[in-house]
Design a protein around this ligand. Structure first.
Ligand code: ADP
Ligand code: F6P
Length: 324
């Protein structure tokens, strides 16, 4: 028979994402409601190793559902890849009576959670990243807010771009994945969407297209460039020189990681948090919660990490048909 979990710990790790607070709140309230203690671990695995651990009560998570960032802070902790450090992390959790842990973060954070579960602490992971690049799930905490922030910025840049009859290159986040670029580009009707997954670096095609569109009377040309493709400044200079159209770059940057979470991020993060606590209370370990095919589900972490994800091909092709 599975032993009943007595104290659940919760931490956030890797890049922060709007909606993480809603997940922390849901984990905490769900566990407290069932009479289980909750402890917050500050600054991810780094704070765990420093035993930066606080007691959480219902009040600790009041007034946070609407706030971006993470009240538990987050950090990267490169040394946590080392097996002896993972053993130490598990020992610290046990010393503090934490027998179940919720890890909110991306793929890297999931690997830390898997290591802790191998070392005897039941763990459940929650996908938290603005990049939407976790293969097992159609939704990750923060994506919706981030892509809305990007969209609003592009709408504003488009106004000035039209007034000045300029080409605008707007760089959105996504070092390894182009989901933000694709969704933002579709939502803004961008002329070009450049992603690490699909861009063939044929700048001459873009230049020819700008010249042709200009000839037909188009007043602006919006290029959404994913961070992973980068070089927005160089691209702007080359495009201006080749087309004669004034070209400016805007790098949106960290604004996409902050701000008030959207309804989608609050509700999905709340559901993920509740499901993670429910799984731990049911004796589960080494699981990741996910939203797939319209349902909230969970997977073994190893299985989740072995899955791969690409940009949606239909959406990508659609973006080309709608923009050119
Ligand atoms: P994300 O969780 O957003 O993917 P990172 O890849 O930076 O972000 O990982 C966050 C943290 O997870 C790392 O700083 C490290 O503490 C931990 N981590 C990453 N990879 C591993 C691994 N292979 N084994 C154990 N812990 C890891
Ligand atoms: O949160 C994901 C992400 O925004 C990536 O798109 C980006 O590459 C990375 O985080 C940058 O994070 P940091 O500057 O905190 O390392």
């Amino acid at each position: 028979m599975e032993k009943k979990v007595k104290t659940i710990g919760v931490l956030t790790s890797g890049g922060d994402a709007p909606g993480m607070n809603a997940a922390i709140r849901a984990v905490t309230r769900t566990a407290l409601h069932a009479g289980i203690n909750v402890k917050g671990i500050l600054r991810g695995y780094a704070g765990l190793l420093e035993e930066d651990i606080i007691d959480m009560d219902g009040h600790s998570v009041s007034d946070i559902i609407q706030r971006g960032g993470t009240v538990l802070y987050t950090a990267r902790c490169p040394e946590f890849v080392r097996p002896e450090i993972q053993v130490k992390g598990a020992e610290i959790l046990k010393k503090h009576g934490i027998d179940g842990l919720v890890v909110i973060g991306g793929d890297g954070s999931f690997k830390g959670a898997e290591a802790l579960s191998k070392n005897g602490v039941n763990t459940v992971a929650i996908p938290g990243t603005i990049d939407l690049d976790i293969a097992c799930t159609d939704y990750t905490i923060g994506f919706d807010t981030a892509v809305n922030t990007a969209m609003e910025t592009v709408d504003k840049v488009r106004d000035t771009s039209t007034s000045h009859e300029r080409c605008s290159i707007i760089e959105v986040m996504g070092r390894m994945a182009g989901h933000i670029a694709l969704w933002c580009g579709i939502a803004c009707g961008a002329e070009e969407i450049l992603t690490v997954e699909r861009y063939d670096y044929d700048e001459q095609r873009i230049i020819n297209s700008i010249i042709e569109k200009r000839r037909l009377g188009k007043k602006h040309y919006i290029i959404i460039n994913a961070e992973g493709v980068g070089d927005s400044n160089g691209m702007a200079k080359r495009i201006q020189a080749a087309t004669g159209m004034e070209t400016r770059e805007t790098i949106i940057g960290y604004a996409q990681r902050g701000g008030t979470p959207t309804v989608m991020d609050r509700v999905y993060a709340s559901t993920f948090g509740t499901k993670a606590a429910d799984l731990l209370m049911a004796g589960a370990s080494n699981r990741v919660v996910a939203y797939r095919g319209g349902k909230f589900v969970d997977y073994d972490i190893q299985e989740a990490l072995s899955m791969t994800k690409d940009l949606d091909e239909y959406m990508y092709n659609m973006s080309i048909r709608l923009s050119r």
